[in-house]
Design a binder for this molecule. Structure first.
Ligand code: X2X
Length: 339
């Protein structure tokens, strides 16, 4: 039987074919370097499907000298803990949203400004070009290594257990979970919502127990993380694009001989490009599957949401925080004036 990628992912989630331990490759001899890669995504998300392939290639191409152990689903800890761990060397690699990373590297959040990117065609030239180079420079200054290619999370959509979000007024007083990041809190405060910072690892439980009424994430995550079990409505606000930087501990990176550095970087970056393709296809095609799980979709006009952010002073505030130069890089990358 042949299945396309979307059917594979959806099928794997539906049959519960998900193990909850690290994905380990099994070399005949212990590797010279065994490095951990922690992330917050389910095993079925393209992040882990592609990371697994990359790990196999790293092992093969290094002749068994390098082993990448993948720890999905925040198994080693939630994002904010993992950010400390990748700095200290407790984990060697970790993938993280630029916005959460901004708790350490403030201007990393530049790519997450609300309604900055109109579509994917604008995202990749920017993130593989000047904007990405600028952010990676900022990250390096804080002592972390970053792979060149950022991986995709996607354009984010708002879900709720209470009702559809049609207009900015529907966000007023809305109890929404946001990831731990000043930019996310600021954005939903500008909408007049009541945002609560919660790590992804605790998000499903927070929705299930009604600590919050909603959250926002791309469709691939609503499926692979089974958010549809605890949320009814999905409003396609596309309010920001989000990705995952692959971060590395500097000391661990520097301990690798050059030929291994090359093998590791090459395979992380190649896997990232394939992951982008997978995630884009999932985000474009999963609505029907989510409707099959009982979710109800609506497509709000997003212009009033952007206007609301502008009126609330959101763009002016962040332009001030990021600085004129950084803001100019963003505006050039997205090809328009913001705010
Ligand atoms: O925490 C989230 O919502 C997630 C999974 O999208 C991120 O990693 C930012």
């Amino acid at each position: 039987m042949r299945m396309n990628r979307r059917q594979f992912v959806v099928g794997a989630v539906a049959t519960g074919a998900v193990t909850s331990f690290a994905i380990r490759t099994r070399p005949a001899h212990a590797a010279e370097f065994t490095y951990k890669f922690a992330n917050n995504q389910a095993l079925t998300h393209p992040t882990n499907v592609r990371a697994q392939e990359a790990a196999r290639k790293m092992q093969e191409e290094s002749g068994g000298r390098f082993e990448l152990q993948i720890f999905p689903s925040s198994q080693l800890g939630a994002d904010t803990d993992m950010l400390s761990q990748v700095r200290s060397g407790g984990v060697e690699f970790f993938s993280l949203s630029p916005l959460i990373l901004s708790t350490l590297v403030p201007n990393a959040a530049l790519s997450g400004i609300g309604f900055a990117f109109p579509n994917y065609d604008a995202v990749w030239p920017a993130m593989d070009g000047e904007l990405g180079t600028y952010v990676r420079g900022q990250i390096a200054e804080r002592g972390l290594v970053t792979m060149d290619k950022i991986w995709d999370n996607g354009f984010r959509q708002i879900t709720s257990s209470k009702g559809p979000i049609n207009t900015p007024a529907d966000l007023e007083g809305f109890k929404i979970r946001v990831p731990v990041s000043p930019l996310w809190t600021s954005m939903f405060s500008a909408f007049g919502s009541a945002p609560t910072s919660i790590n992804f690892a605790e998000t499903y439980a927070a929705l299930q127990t009604g600590v919050v009424d909603g959250q926002e994430n791309p469709l691939a995550i609503l499926t692979t993380h089974k958010v549809y079990e605890v949320q009814k409505y999905c409003s396609t606000t596309n309010h920001m694009w989000d990705g995952f930087w692959i971060l590395g501990n500097r000391r661990a990176w520097q301990s690798l001989p050059d030929e291994l550095k090359e093998i590791v970087a090459k395979n992380f970056n190649a896997a990232g490009e394939q992951q982008r393709q997978d995630v884009m296809e999932l985000n474009a095609g999963l609505r029907g599957d989510l409707e099959g799980h009982g979710m109800v979709f609506n497509e709000p006009d997003t212009a009033p949401f952007q206007a609301k952010l502008n009126e609330a002073g959101f763009y002016a505030e962040w332009k001030g925080k990021f600085g004129e130069d950084a803001w100019a890089i963003l505006e050039k990358a997205v090809g328009k004036d913001l705010g």
